[in-house]
Design a binder for this molecule. Structure first.
Ligand SMILES: *Cc1c(COP(=O)(O)O)cnc(C)c1O
Length: 362
């Protein structure tokens, strides 16, 4: 029997969410982040559905090549930039742009004799991952302006660490305004478009819109704001992750279910066995009590999630039968709810769907 697991990608939801993000930041340009295979939704599917975006953002040059092969001509920004002359040649051949975040990249752009490329100068305003420290920005900018490998305006960007906290009274609630001030100070007087805002900043920090917004998760309908699903911001989930029941068993009171016998039936009851497990990308750490939808009605995980299977408490659903549909996340069950139960974030779940799952577009 073929495994009945599908991830259905709702391309109309992707388009809706793009419009919703544009509506929040009118007049700004929008870079659609499609890294990590479009947050697990499929790079080509996501990029085609989001073709009205002004640009795409990807992690690596190979992803830029896939977008071009899909027939899309928009600007593409490669977040990791380049490490050697060969990378620069590939960027040129693809007509892609690159982030410059460390000094060795300035040397490469000064020495290259190939055609110039467009670059984005990344400022580290507090994330402390990639980027030039604020006091190095002016010198880096001057070197880029003079470098023969650089074409056109140099865009200026930074990335927020805590923009999902909108409230000054939460532990990191003051970090976003501090990063904004650091960015303004580091880039004051330099020409070039500005870009700061990821999805959460578009949702909660209008002062950070700049010239280019860079939403990712929100385009797929997801939110990383604590306690709020994407739907609560008017976004629509772009993925439904679904399987079927393989069996419904009667389990006697006191029997224990699954690995390590962690879950004990509190009464004589039906237990469903669904064809999905961590081998498909359902989180193993989703505890008993995590919601699933059986025939569109709420039920819960019982016992440990295993590699190919999981067991479901079907009390109250005595009519459920083998073959019935089980939604793991989607429209009526936000992926954020499952992520919170499993101690992770929605992005990690959609990115974690494995290759044996069949992807379908609707
Ligand atoms: C991933 C990423 C984004 C988008 O973040 P979301 O939370 O998905 O909106 C924006 N900018 C950079 C540099 C990123 O790496």
């Amino acid at each position: 029997m073929a495994r009945p697991i599908t991830a259905t990608i709702h391309t109309d939801a992707l388009r809706h969410n793009l419009g919703a993000m544009r509506a929040r930041a009118p007049g700004r340009r929008l870079m659609a982040m499609v890294k990590a295979d479009g947050y697990g939704h499929g790079l080509e599917t996501a990029a085609r559905a989001l073709r009205e975006a002004d640009a795409f953002g990807v992690a690596a040059i190979e992803d830029a090549a896939r977008i071009r092969a899909a027939g899309l001509a928009q600007p593409i920004l490669v977040l990791s930039g380049f490490d050697n002359p060969d990378d620069l040649d590939q960027l040129r051949a693809l007509g892609a742009e690159a982030i410059v975040h460390h000094a060795a990249q300035l040397d490469l752009l000064e020495r290259t004799d190939g055609a110039p490329i467009r670059v984005w100068l990344k400022v580290d305003t507090g994330m402390h991952r990639l980027g030039f420290a604020p006091d190095q920005v002016r010198e880096a900018h001057a070197r880029l302006r003079a470098a023969r490998g650089v074409a056109g305006d140099i865009a200026l960007m930074t990335h927020f660490a805590s923009s999902d906290e909108f409230d000054a009274h939460t532990p990191n609630g003051l970090q976003t305004p501090a990063q904004m001030r650091a960015f303004v100070a580091a880039t004051e007087g330099l020409d070039g478009p500005r870009s700061l805002a990821n999805s959460a900043a578009v949702l909660g920090w209008p002062d950070a819109y700049g010239d280019w917004i860079r939403p990712g998760g929100a385009l797929y309908g997801m939110s990383v704001v604590a306690g709020r699903s994407g739907a609560s911001f008017g976004l629509r989930p772009a993925m439904t992750f679904e399987t079927r029941l393989l069996a419904v068993n009667r389990v006697a009171k006191g029997e224990r279910i699954g690995y390590s016998a962690t879950w004990e039936a509190p009464e004589d009851m039906p237990v469903g066995v669904a064809a999905v497990g961590y081998g498909d990308g359902y989180p193993r750490l989703a505890p008993a009590g995590t919601p699933v939808l059986v025939n569109g009605r709420m039920a819960t995980v019982a016992g440990r999630v295993s590699m190919d299977l999981m067991t479901i408490d079907l009390r109250g659903q005595s009519e459920a039968r083998a073959g019935d549909p089980v939604v793991l996340w989607g429209d009526a069950l936000p992926v954020e709810t499952v992520a919170e139960a499993a101690g992770t974030i929605s992005y990690a779940l959609t990115c974690g769907i494995t290759r044996r799952v069949r992807f379908v577009n609707d």
